[in-house]
Design a protein around this ligand. Structure first.
Ligand code: CUA
Length: 334
């Protein structure tokens, strides 16, 4: 009995020390959204329980190692114990209650992070190997996610190819993005600052580099930025030509697969491509003129370049004018 009392008393300070040790290590980034606060509450309860369970296992273990160690001259066997119904029932019932309680807390928290604000701003997100594009309600597209503070944003997300996952650690919540389906995520940013969106689903060679800035600003700063972006994009696209093409290329993340410096990525380089003779997988050779490049953008599998796999390039939704400007841009890459 004396041993149980000592161990029982020791478990309390060890639990507390473990919990505060974990807290002091600052594992979590800042809480930058309404949802992050809710998620962290569950996380904290989780850590408290885990600290207690850790102490409950480690204290009796270490205590037994020291107190019941074999002393000098002891050669006999230890006391033989067989079964203990009371103990077994206890260590079944208590974890059952704990797991059920946590299942409830988890489901409740998940619900809380999905509470919809009818005035939410809707941003369409397109993920593909290996970049992000954000379509704003003001009618322009950017590779950066700018969000006004204290206003819920509803991200409607889809993928052009494989499964990706939207994750900004400071917002805590995470959502998979699937081809042919729209998944949503609601975020209410509450802290001004620059963050980063990461892709959290292994999606191929450049998965680790599938990152883009996420910037939380005041509503006024956001409005000014959106106005300027929309105007600049409209002017550029109306003008057409290589500059508009370069902007389209950046927006659609073509650089993730096509280099402009001659290096070999997932797709053929664009440097010196225009006007060159391209060897195809079929053994034929084709001249890289406007017709060939236009066809390759519209239907990437029509002619496969020797040494490159088919079915890799996704289908991009581009107007003929946009494709023309991209081809004009490729023509400038000598
Ligand atoms: Cu996209 Cu990993």
């Amino acid at each position: 009995m004396r041993h149980f009392v000592i161990v029982g008393v020791l478990v309390i300070p060890v639990s507390i020390l473990t919990y505060f040790g974990i807290q002091a290590s600052h594992l979590m980034p800042v809480e930058a959204s309404v949802q992050s606060v809710i998620v962290d509450q569950v996380w904290n309860w989780d850590m408290m329980t885990l600290s207690f369970l850790f102490a409950l296992i480690m204290v009796p273990l270490v205590y037994s190692l020291i107190v019941f160690r074999r002393r000098k001259g002891e050669t006999g066997d230890g006391k033989h114990e067989e079964g203990n119904v009371k103990l077994e029932v206890t260590w079944t019932i208590i974890p059952l209650i704990l797991v059920t309680a946590y299942a409830y807390m988890g489901a409740y928290t998940l619900g809380e992070t999905r509470v919809a604000d009818p005035n939410a701003m809707v941003v369409n997100v397109t993920a593909h190997q290996w970049d992000w594009a954000f379509d704003y309600p003001e009618g322009f597209t950017s590779n950066e996610l700018h969000l006004p503070i204290n206003r819920q944003v509803e991200l409607k997300m889809t993928s052009l190819d494989v499964i990706h996952s939207f994750w900004v650690p400071e917002f805590r919540i995470k959502q998979d993005i699937l081809p042919g389906r729209i998944t949503t995520l609601r975020i209410t940013p509450v802290k001004l600052g620059s963050y980063k969106v990461y892709c959290a689903e292994l999606c191929g060679t450049s998965h680790a580099y599938m990152q883009r800035p996420v910037i939380v600003t005041s509503q006024a700063d956001y409005d000014a930025w959106a106005k300027q972006q929309a105007a600049a994009q409209a002017t550029l696209l109306a003008k057409g030509g290589p500059e508009a093409g370069k902007a389209m290329v950046a927006q659609n993340g073509c650089g993730g697969c096509h280099s402009i410096d001659g290096s070999k990525l997932t797709g053929p380089t664009w440097r010196g491509l225009f006007g060159s003779q391209v060897k195809l997988e079929s053994g034929q050779t084709v001249k890289a003129d406007e017709a060939y490049l236009t066809e390759s953008i519209k239907d990437p599998n029509a002619k496969i370049v020797a040494g490159f796999p088919a079915n890799v390039m996704p289908h991009f939704t581009l107007t003929d004018q946009q494709i023309q400007s991209i081809v004009a841009y490729i023509e400038t890459l000598k």
